[in-house]
Design a protein around this ligand. Structure first.
Ligand code: GLA
Length: 394
């Protein structure tokens, strides 16, 4: 769930296959046998629903992490960010502290559990996903590592397997209580589409995203937010327990009918009432946004994004002032919509705007942000990109 705090990102933008091969060769003096890459993601809408049984609507971004690998008799890892220092790792307890090598070793452990005969590997990692920006660099790293190392071990891994290996590595090994949204979209994304992922059933369906989306970074590192994320999960679990007292057998908070919301709000103590209101209204917004994408109604998508942001700000209370300012200012200057994406407590805001207006809006928003915070937000745009892929298999 988190952005790995020290995942390398020396090559913003333009890290690519040649560079990771070069890094591998320079470090180990031989060529890699395989290279896999996986994208980061933004979530268009459907926030904090993947652990509440609701639908989410993410898409992959154009920025990726590359993992080059060759067999060896121990595990050696290098990232260009660490000044070329090679890290030697054994499988065993994670080092903790969001170490990027933990994610890779979590993947190795999962692959071994699935029967992969893996003695060791030389690995080189290169990324152009800004860490701490809420763009899921951890899922990109885990899924790309699963694809590269799985290939070395001759494991036949489907996209489902890659998502599951990456999820287990992050959730069970690294110990982040994330949902399954990030790994699923990183493994399954198709270019030009957002993926409506029904987390209660596992059903996925693509919806057209034929436009560019702007990503504005708040500059607030959301890796500091893990406490808040886990606290929200615990609140939702408690709220579900209480709701089951009134609606026995309720499978998840997202399954609560909107008509039952007023009664739920009466039963639940504060702030659980607001948390549940977010889950129920966000579930409806996410389905409405998918329907609006299908009929190419971007005005409606934009409206839903703004509503979703207000719900994150007021009901889920996971926004930060920097994100609120970016959203408000984007809308004031004519954006179709904007909202915080990902877990929150920092990270990035996404913005929809017509092509003709985007540059002007970004300039005005950046000015206002710089006046308030003394620095400009980074802003860039992306199309909906493809998911994990094998870039080289020698
Ligand atoms: C993080 C987690 C996801 C999801 C989002 C919030 O990105 O990794 O599983 O819960 O936060 O929607």
């Amino acid at each position: 769930m988190q952005s790995v705090s020290n995942v390398p990102h020396p090559a913003l933008p333009g890290a690519d296959l040649d560079q990771v091969v070069f890094l591998f060769q320079r470090t180990y003096g031989t060529a890699p046998r395989t290279v896999a890459s996986a994208p980061g993601r933004v979530n268009l809408i459907g926030e904090h629903l993947d652990y509440n049984g609701g639908p989410v609507l993410p898409f992959a971004i154009e920025r990726r992490i590359w993992v080059a690998a060759a067999p060896a008799d121990e595990f050696l890892l290098v990232s260009s960010a660490a000044g070329g220092a090679v890290v030697r790792r054994e499988e065993g307890a994670p080092l903790g502290g969001g170490e990027w090598t933990d994610y890779v070793m979590g993947v190795v452990g999962q692959l071994r559990q699935r029967g992969a005969a893996l003695v060791g590997a030389r690995l080189a990692v290169l990324s152009d996903i800004q860490p701490g920006a809420g763009l899921s660099s951890s899922a990109a790293l885990s899924v790309a590592a699963a694809a590269a190392v799985g290939r070395l071990a001759d494991s036949r891994l489907s996209a489902e397997d890659l998502a599951e290996v990456a999820y287990r590595a992050e959730h069970d090994y690294v110990g982040v209580r994330c949902g399954r949204m990030d790994q699923t979209v990183v493994a399954h994304a198709a270019a030009g589409t957002a993926m409506l992922f029904e987390t209660s059933t596992g059903v996925r369906r693509g919806y057209p995203v034929p436009f560019r989306t702007w990503v504005l970074s708040t500059g607030v590192d959301h890796t500091l937010a893990d406490g808040g994320y886990n606290a929200r999960r615990a609140e939702c679990e408690r709220a579900l327990d209480l709701c089951r007292g009134r609606w026995p057998g309720l499978p998840s908070l997202a399954a609560l009918e909107p008509e039952a919301l007023p009664e739920a709000m009466e039963i639940l103590p504060s702030p659980l009432d607001r948390r549940v209101r977010h889950v129920v209204t966000e579930t409806a917004r996410t389905r409405a946004a998918a329907a609006a994408l299908e009929r190419h109604d971007l005005v409606e998508v934009g409206r839903l994004l703004v509503e979703g942001h207000l719900s994150l700000r007021d009901d889920y209370e996971c926004s930060v002032a920097e994100a609120d300012l970016l959203v408000r200012s984007a809308v004031e200057h004519g954006a179709l919509g904007a909202r915080l994406t990902g877990a929150g407590w920092g990270g990035s805001v996404i913005m929809l705007a017509t092509d003709g207006q985007a540059a002007e809006i970004i300039a005005a928003v950046s000015d206002g942000f710089a006046r308030r915070y003394g620095r400009s937000p980074t802003a860039w745009s992306t199309t909906a990109a493809g998911g994990v892929r094998l870039d080289l298999n020698a």
